[in-house]
Unconditional design. Structure first.
Length: 346
């Protein structure tokens, strides 16, 4: 019989539809489309515009070969990169503001079709270092309230528009705190006010006790399929030590996070034949101003995590009409299959 499961963080509902249960082999990624010229490969730096950050090999110059990780501004930014102050307006019942922000591409490797799970742990550490550096940079701009870090992998994930498969992620500095982020922050604060504990720490504690949905863990990080997973094989990676801000990740933990990210992505690739996926970083917003009611307990009540969501199903009328997702693969089954998938993370 199907189950309606409620997420303990925000409260959304998911239908775990066991009658529609599908084996991993039944999830087939779309056929690859023909790829055009790739401007992100090493040696084509002049195709992409000015480099704004990078990790380079000794002796190499900006905007030339010799880089390991490279950051550029998006040529098709979702928000305008401008130095002006942000103006806010009202038009009757409507609110609007200048669409100012910063949209960056993080090119994760000079090698083409060399995705994160195929890179060495040391290479992924460099990518993490750049992620954190860019978030700190955006946080230094008082106009920005949030930095959204995400990655689109494969067709239908959002990366297919330009047919370029070079591994990259994106970070966008936003002048607002997105509603989805606020909902999570408010829910975790209410949980903390009731119980004086972090809901994510409680979830981790319970998941360890039941051991039903664990995917992997190491000294500093824990990965599991959430109880009310909205997509098949959805996986969350959390730091074991409570922390609200990803950008405060200690350098000594970079390697463990790189290993955990590589392990989870490799398991998903091997089990599901390299499916499209999105990963999204959930982290606390920038806190430029301290108000009595402005996320007063955020350091105690919020806990950052990375959400990996394979794109294996499509929403239809029911999902759009209700906001309730249908997941044909119970997270307990998904976690078991991922645990049993052996991968090399060295």
């Amino acid at each position: 019989m199907p189950e309606l499961r409620r997420d303990p963080v925000v409260g959304y509902w998911t239908i775990i539809s066991t009658e529609r249960s599908r084996r991993p082999i039944e999830y087939r990624p779309p056929l690859a489309m023909e790829e055009r010229w790739c401007p992100f490969c090493e040696g084509r730096e002049k195709e992409t515009g000015v480099e704004i950050d990078s990790i380079r090999r000794p002796g190499s110059d900006p905007n030339s070969p010799g880089w390991d990780v490279r950051v550029i501004l998006s040529k098709r930014p979702l928000l305008a990169n401008a130095s002006a102050a942000i103006e806010r307006f009202g038009a009757g019942v409507y609110d609007l503001m200048d669409g100012i922000g910063q949209h960056e591409l993080i090119i994760e490797s000079p090698r083409h079709e060399h995705d994160l799970d195929e890179m060495s742990v040391e290479t992924i550490e460099k990518v993490i270092q750049v992620y954190i550096r860019r978030i700190h940079h955006m946080g230094s701009d008082p106009r920005f309230k949030y930095a959204l870090l995400f990655k689109n992998h494969g067709l239908i994930s959002g990366s297919a528009k330009d047919l370029i498969r070079h591994s990259r992620s994106q970070i966008i500095g936003l002048p607002i705190t997105p509603k989805r982020v606020k909902e999570e922050l408010l829910s975790t604060r209410k949980y903390y006010e009731r119980r004086d504990r972090c809901v994510f720490c409680d979830i981790m504690r319970q998941e360890k006790q039941t051991a039903l949905r664990i995917v992997a863990e190491n000294e500093h990080f824990f990965a599991f399929c959430p109880y009310a997973s909205r997509t098949p094989f959805e996986t969350w990676i959390l730091p074991k030590k409570h922390s609200a801000d990803f950008a405060h990740l200690p350098p000594a933990h970079f390697k463990d996070f790189a290993r955990m990210l590589k392990e989870c992505l490799s398991k998903i690739r091997n089990l599901l034949d390299d499916p499209p996926y999105n990963f999204i970083l959930h982290t606390a917003p920038f806190r430029h101003r301290k108000r009595e009611v402005y996320w007063k307990t955020i350091e105690e009540d919020y806990h950052w995590y990375l959400q990996i969501s394979p794109r294996l199903t499509k929403n239809a009328g029911f999902e759009w009409g209700t906001g309730i997702h249908i997941n044909p693969t119970p997270p307990e089954e998904a976690a078991l299959l991922l645990r049993q998938t052996v991968v090399d993370v060295e």
